[in-house]
Design a protein around this ligand. Structure first.
Ligand code: 1GP
Length: 253
């Protein structure tokens, strides 16, 4: 196995610097399987970048090949924002990205998604010299394709104490990020009360919340509840103007 020097810390420092200065962050998720063509991708990415999104996440649960991820990452790199991989499986790794959410789907019933895929992916991450952001991926409520494919046992929206226990576990295991995921296209985002309970029991872990966020009110409530980073995916494909609204709303103090 070939070892390459990793670009340690650059993206993490960028994110943590913003959080420490009191900023709420927004990530725009691009699913390489949904990219129509490069022209379309440049169009939606420039809307997100102009609106002030803080980074691009690249990933999806189904139909994602490494060459699709490479092509998507290369275009997104034109926008001078961090491009972070959000892999659904080992094919979600690209040498051209700035960092990877190195995730374990903690509430999967299948060891493959907890540690198996990670063992297959780690040598590739090291070979490509990617910065890894150690992340607990926790599926809540609806779950969507990520929950189905990842064989998750989603945490009910009205059981935030279970979510808090997972986030505590992640933190005790040394993970730096916890991604509370309702699933792409979720009819309702994770309730703010859920995030509030989780946030109450976390120490320093950075909370990412995504899935079903469609309005600036929802985004603001989630930030108020304790989320550090809001992720929207579907919206940039369906209603890009709303992404602009959401970013403006969460950046307003
Ligand atoms: C999915 O959390 C993200 O992984 C984004 O979800 O597509 O519903 O915005 P949406």
């Amino acid at each position: 196995m070939r070892k390459v020097r990793r670009r340690v810390g650059r993206v993490n420092n960028y994110i943590q610097g913003k959080i420490e200065s009191g900023e709420a962050l927004h990530f725009t998720l691009i699913d390489p399987d949904k990219v129509e063509n490069e022209e379309w991708l440049r169009k939606v990415a420039s809307i997100a970048a102009n609106a002030g999104t803080d980074a691009f996440l690249v990933g999806g649960s189904i139909g994602v090949s490494e060459s699709d991820v490479d092509a998507t990452v290369k275009v997104l790199k034109e926008f001078k924002l961090p491009v972070i991989l959000f892999p659904g499986n080992v094919t979600g790794i690209s040498r051209f990205a700035d960092a990877i959410l190195f995730m374990s789907l903690l509430n999967s019933d299948d060891p493959y998604f907890i540690i198996g895929a990670q063992v297959l992916g780690a040598p590739i991450v090291v070979k490509y010299g990617l910065e890894a952001l150690p992340t607990a991926y926790i599926i809540v409520g609806y779950g969507g394709a990520a929950g189905y494919v990842g064989r998750a046992r989603p945490i009910p929206y009205d059981k935030p104490e279970v979510g808090a226990a997972y986030v505590m576990t992640a933190e005790l295991l040394g993970m730096k990020y916890a991604y509370l995921e309702a699933g792409s296209g979720a009819p309702k985002p994770i309730p703010p009360e859920f995030v509030k309970t989780v946030a109450k029991y976390r120490n320093r872990i950075t909370l990412i919340v995504g899935g079903g966020i469609r309005s600036k009110e929802q985004a603001r409530e989630l930030i108020k509840a304790g989320a550090n980073i809001i992720v929207t995916g579907t919206l940039i494909e369906k209603n890009p103007a709303k992404v602009t609204d959401i970013i403006a709303a969460i950046k307003r103090k």
